[in-house]
Ligand binder design. Structure first.
Ligand SMILES: Nc1ncnc2c1ncn2[C@@H]1O[C@H](COP(=O)(O)OP(=O)(O)OP(=O)(O)O)[C@@H](O)[C@H]1O
Ligand SMILES: [Mg+2]
Length: 350
């Protein structure tokens, strides 16, 4: 009998449409080998059934938005699992193709564990540890992995730009700095700030996304991303690193460059690196995977500085999964097809 998979997509985060597009690619690729039940999560958090043909038709050019109207409601009952339109959904496992808060942060992972459903991807701890860039950095630093120097500020009581400036000076952080929400994604709320006068506005913008905010030294270097895959009972392995190459008009890898005008950045896999550097990045990616207690998959994003030093910028526990996304492309460069990676993830879900 075919394995029965529930694909979860959408969600409350700003990356809702990207999740839908990734889930569409996943469903198109797996639908002949598995029995698939798609469940969408609206921006306001309702769970609804999505017809499989509809999910399979979604692509980057339509940036889908899941609405609850006219759709069957999905429910979850501890002990019974998932229900759709009041009927039990027979499921062997769940593939949460969800990005960002509420999907990639341990919340859904904990919910699925409560329901007793196996799922693809990292567990609760790694998901939670990697959604908050402040804590990701603490864990990486404690494991001997270099990260960008910076400070973390708490904006719950309002933004204190002069306090942040004092701290930056104490820590000898130079300009420009990058201001970024501790949790967020898709570069929303991320700003490059050239001089102290710009800090207050950037902190206020970041505070709209998360009250914990990182202010980091602006790192001059190349942006390298490394895909890690782990099969049950085996050690994690890293693919060849890829590179995000900005065009000269892109200020950095911001939302515009990611989704609006994709000509602003080019994704190149494998990155043009000498073999020592490539190997060092792959080793650091595996080390980072282990440091945060990863499972199955993760994309570790690096800066490669001009002097050859390697820093981890951030970790994505559910990286983008469209056919043009870095994670699957990286494995394709090693001869694994898009379908093979997905089958691998499904067959090794825990
Ligand atoms: N310290 C830094 N120095 C230089 N550039 C930075 C720094 N931090 C972030 N950036 C730039 O901003 C972009 C977005 O920052 P970051 O990757 O930390 O957050 P994000 O992309 O919003 O998160 P996610 O990848 O989870 O969606 C990076 O790809 C990089 O171009
Ligand atoms: Mg990023």
């Amino acid at each position: 009998m075919k394995k029965r998979i529930v694909i979860l997509c959408g969600g409350k985060s700003g990356e809702h449409p990207i999740s839908c597009v990734s889930a569409g690619s996943v469903a198109r690729t797996l639908k002949d080998s598995y029995q698939i039940t798609p469940i969408g999560i609206t921006r306001s958090g309702e769970w609804v059934g999505i017809p499989l043909e509809e999910l399979c038709s979604w692509s980057l050019k339509d940036l889908p938005e899941i609405k609850a109207e006219g759709r069957e409601r999905a429910e979850a009952v501890p002990g019974s699992g998932l229900l759709l339109g009041g009927k039990n959904v027979e499921a062997d496992l769940v593939f949460p193709v969800l990005h960002g808060l509420g999907g990639e942060d341990g919340a859904v992972q904990g919910f699925l564990e409560t329901l007793g459903l196996p799922y693809v991807g990292c567990g609760i701890f790694a998901s939670a540890a990697c959604i908050d860039k402040h804590y990701t950095k603490l864990i990486l630093k404690a494991s001997g992995i270099e990260v960008a120097p910076g400070i973390t500020v708490d904006a719950r009581g309002g933004v204190d730009a002069s306090g942040a400036l004092r701290k930056l000076e104490e820590e000898k952080i130079g300009w420009p700095v990058f201001v970024k929400p501790a949790w967020g994604g898709s570069s929303v709320g991320v700003a490059k700030v050239e001089a102290p006068e710009g800090l207050e506005k950037a902190l206020k913008d970041a505070a709209k996304v998360s009250w914990r905010i990182l202010v980091e030294e602006g790192i001059k270097g190349r942006e390298i991303e490394c895909a890690v895959l782990q099969r049950r009972g085996e050690s994690p392995v890293a693919a060849l690193p890829g590179e995000i190459i900005p065009s000269s008009s892109a200020s950095f890898y911001d939302f515009e460059a990611k989704y609006v005008d994709t000509s602003l950045c080019k994704v190149q896999v494998p990155a043009d690196l000498d073999s020592d550097t490539s190997d060092a990045i792959r080793r650091e990616a595996v080390k980072a995977f282990e440091a945060v207690d990863g499972r199955q998959l993760m994309r570790v994003d690096f800066f490669l500085k001009e002097d050859g030093r390697i820093l981890v910028n951030e970790i994505n526990t559910m990286p983008g999964f469209t056919e043009i996304s870095m994670y699957p492309l990286a494995w394709q460069s090693l001869g694994m097809s898009y379908r093979q990676i997905l089958v691998d993830l499904v067959e090794n879900a825990a």
